[in-house]
Design a protein around this ligand. Structure first.
Ligand SMILES: [Zn+2]
Length: 275
C-alpha cells in the first residue's frame, strides 16, 4: 500500500472537476477560448474549421494537484487539454495497493479519449490524475466524439494522438523491465519538462512521492538518485519540486526511451512536441 496513501483525491470519481476550480481563476487567460494564452498544442494543431467545431463547447478550467478526472470502469465525462505548466498522469491502480503511471499528458496532448475518438461508451481502463496543477481546456467527451464523427481531420489527429500515447505506454513496459533506475529517473524528468513546458524555465513541482510512484520504486531510492543528480549539477532540489539545470547532460544520463518516445510523438503529431 506504499503509494495508496500518497495521493489524496480532492474529487471523487464522480465529481465534476470544475467544482474544484476557482471560477475564472485569477482572471488571467480564462477567456474560455481554447486558443487563448499558451494554450494546448494538440488543439492548436487543428485547422480553423475543426477548432470552430469545438469552440462552443470548450471551456477553460483550473486543475488542482491530485484531482481525479476519470476513474477505471467509468466513461470519462470530459476530455482535458492541458495548458503550459499542467500535467496529467494516466495511472493504473492495483487492487493490492499502489498505482503506477503509464502515460504522461501535458501541453502536447489530451486526457480522456480512447483509441476510437467517436466512441462514447467505452469505460476507461486508467485513472486520470492531475500531477502538476494549472489551466486546461476541456470539452464534454460526447461533444468531442460528435465533432470527430463530423470531421475526418479531427478524427485522424485524435487517432494519431492515441497511437502516440500507446507507444509511450509500450515503451514504458520495456523501460521498466530493462533499464536502470537513475536512467529512468532522468528520462521521466525530461518527459515532465516536455509535457509541462513550464513557463519559468526548468522548474517542476514534482514531489518525490510522485516520482517514486511513476518509477515504481521507493521514495528513498528516488531521493538518493536526485541528490546524486544535484551533486553533478543536473538538477536543483527545493521544497515541493525539482529544477532541471542542465537538460543536455540529463539527456545523456537518460535511457534511450526518452528519445524513442519523443521521436514517435514528433512523427505522429508534428509541432506538438520537441522535434
Ligand atoms: Zn528506458
Amino acid at each position: 500500500m506504499k503509494n495508496a496513501r500518497l495521493h489524496k483525491h480532492p474529487s471523487g470519481p464522480e465529481a465534476d472537476p470544475a467544482q474544484h476550480a476557482p471560477p475564472q481563476a485569477g482572471g488571467s487567460r480564462t477567456t474560455g477560448k481554447a486558443d487563448s494564452g499558451p494554450g494546448n498544442r494538440l488543439l492548436a494543431a487543428l485547422p480553423r474549421r475543426e477548432r470552430g467545431l469545438l469552440a462552443p463547447d470548450l471551456e477553460e478550467v483550473r486543475l488542482v494537484r491530485g484531482q481525479v478526472l476519470f476513474e477505471p470502469g467509468r466513461v470519462p465525462s470530459h476530455v482535458h487539454f492541458p495548458h503550459a505548466g499542467t500535467m496529467i498522469s494516466l495511472v493504473l491502480p492495483l487492487h493490492e495497493g499502489g498505482e503506477t503511471e503509464t502515460v504522461t499528458v501535458g501541453i502536447e496532448g489530451a486526457a480522456g479519449i480512447g483509441v476510437d475518438p467517436t466512441e462514447t461508451t467505452i469505460e476507461s481502463f486508467l485513472r486520470g490524475m492531475v500531477q502538476m496543477p494549472g489551466a486546461a481546456a476541456r470539452v464534454p467527451a460526447k461533444r468531442l466524439a460528435e465533432a470527430a464523427g463530423a470531421s475526418p481531420v479531427l478524427r485522424r489527429l485524435l487517432s494519431r494522438h492515441a497511437e502516440a500515447a500507446m507507444s509511450m505506454a509500450l515503451q514504458s513496459v520495456a523501460c521498466n523491465a530493462a533499464h536502470r533506475q537513475p536512467a529512468r529517473l532522468a528520462r521521466w524528468l525530461l518527459v515532465a519538462l516536455d509535457r509541462a513546458a513550464p513557463e519559468d524555465g526548468g522548474r517542476l513541482p514534482l514531489t518525490q512521492e510522485f516520482l517514486a510512484m511513476m518509477l515504481g520504486v521507493r521514495r528513498a531510492t528516488v531521493g538518493d538518485a536526485l541528490l546524486a543528480f544535484q551533486a553533478r549539477g543536473l538538477v536543483r532540489l527545493h521544497r515541493g519540486g525539482v529544477t532541471v539545470l542542465d537538460r543536455e547532460r540529463l539527456g545523456r544520463t537518460a535511457c534511450e526511451c526518452y528519445d524513442a518516445v519523443r521521436r514517435r510523438y514528433a512523427a505522429l503529431l508534428p509541432g506538438t512536441t520537441r522535434a
